[in-house]
Design a protein around this ligand. Structure first.
Ligand code: HEM
Ligand code: NAG
Ligand code: NAG
Length: 337
């Protein structure tokens, strides 16, 4: 009798273990996102978005860095839910009105708005595709349009119901961060240090305002005339010429001085030559915990591309909303329904 009971308990345990294992295996890669999510809802959505993004790209290159950075900022504040696109109203200061939005180029927003209009022009698709997913597709498209890798993008996000300027505080990494601060900031979003190093490669494109690094080229550490010793001296002089003292606040320069309009692994080669624009860039090559990864991607663009795609896919899963209580499909990306 006792033995039979024990046997039953064992069977029960076995069953529970088997069910747990099976449910783990069957679990979608992350909160229900998947490739080809719209295949029956709006079958041509990816080509519609790509055509709209391509048209916008032909009008201005700023489309590329503008869209890529918009996606990053969206995902790191309240998840990838297009909350960054919501406009402020009399009663609500939205995310985009936080000072950290500096350089969220209007062209990034415009890219999503244009692509959304193109999607909604197809009656089957009208108000069926979220702004968050359009931003994720547009981001994939600007990367390949600028010479980077193309990849299958996971979809199925809903648009968020909340956007506040205050929610931005403390969420985004700062250009003064050291390796521990960077790693912790990305870990708070479920991303690894390797993901962080790969995603930083996005600085192979786009612009920075002079004020974001002026403390490295003028009076570094409060010492009159000093330059950050971790910066290449030749490059520091070039930066001083482009960004003189008291330069107007809106002056911006290329972050990749070599191939600023190409998505490539030049960023890592720049770091090897001490040409990382921000402290947060240069530390990746200067800290022994990350320098090996920098060196391997500087010499192997295929390895970098693969790491970047994997990291972008994980970035795209951060804080996504897939249930109706948490999100919906916004009719206008800049206004809650
Ligand atoms: C690792 C920590 C990061 C820090 C500290 C950081 C910081 C910055 C700063 C200060 C700027 C210049 C803003 C300006 O002055 O206009 C910038 C620009 C940019 N960042 Fe980052 N960033 C980080 C990671 C990322 C990631 C993960 C992405 C995307 C995957 C990204 C994409 C961009 C792009 C594309 C631009 C250029 C924007 C434009 O030209 O409009 N950054 N970043
Ligand atoms: C960013 O925020 C500032 C206020 O800090 C605001 O004047 C500006 O319009 C915002 N930029 C965008 C693109 O929303
Ligand atoms: C600094 O940049 C110059 C070219 O701009 C390069 O030749 C030199 O090797 C760099 N210095 C270091 C320490 O990497």
């Amino acid at each position: 009798m006792a033995a039979a009971k024990k046997h039953n308990v064992d069977l029960l345990l076995l069953l529970i273990t088997a069910i747990t294992a099976a449910s783990l295996l069957l679990q979608p890669t992350s909160a229900q996102l998947r490739q080809n999510f719209y295949s029956s809802i709006c079958p041509n959505v990816e080509s519609i978005v790509r055509a709209a993004v391509t048209q916008k790209f032909q009008q201005t290159f700023v489309t590329v860095p503008g869209t890529l950075r918009l996606f990053f900022h969206d995902c790191f504040v309240n998840g990838c839910d297009a909350s960054v696109m919501v406009a402020s109203t009399a009663n609500n200061k939205a995310e985009k009105d936080n000072p950290d939005n500096l350089s969220l180029a209007g062209d990034g927003f415009d890219t999503v708005i244009k692509a959304k209009a193109a999607v909604d022009a197809v009656s089957q698709c009208r108000n069926k595709v979220s702004c968050a997913d359009i931003l994720a597709m547009a981001t994939r498209d600007v990367i390949s349009l600028s010479g980077g890798p193309s990849y299958a993008v996971e979809l199925g996000r809903l648009d968020g119901l909340v956007s506040t300027a205050a929610s931005v505080n403390g969420k985004l990494p700062q250009p003064t961060f050291n390796l521990n601060q960077l790693t912790n900031n990305f870990a708070a979003n479920g991303l690894s240090q390797t993901d962080m190093i790969a995603l930083s490669g996005a600085h192979t494109l786009g612009f920075s305002h002079c004020g974001r690094f002026s403390s490295r080229i003028y009076d570094f550490g409060g010492k009159k005339g000093a330059v950050d010793p971790s910066l290449n001296g030749t490059y520091a002089k070039e930066l001083q010429a482009m960004c003189p003292r008291n330069v107007p606040a809106d002056v911006a320069i290329n972050m990749d001085p070599v191939t600023p309009r190409t998505f490539d692994n030049q960023y890592y080669r720049n770091l090897q030559q001490k040409k990382g624009l921000f402290t947060s860039d240069q530390i990746l090559a200067d800290d022994t915990r990350s320098s090996q990864t920098v060196n391997s991607w500087a010499s192997n663009s295929v390895a970098f591309n693969n790491a970047f795609i994997a990291a972008m896919t994980r970035l795209g899963r951060v804080g996504v909303k897939t249930t109706a209580s948490l999100g919906n499909i916004r009719r206008d990306c800049s206004v809650f329904n």
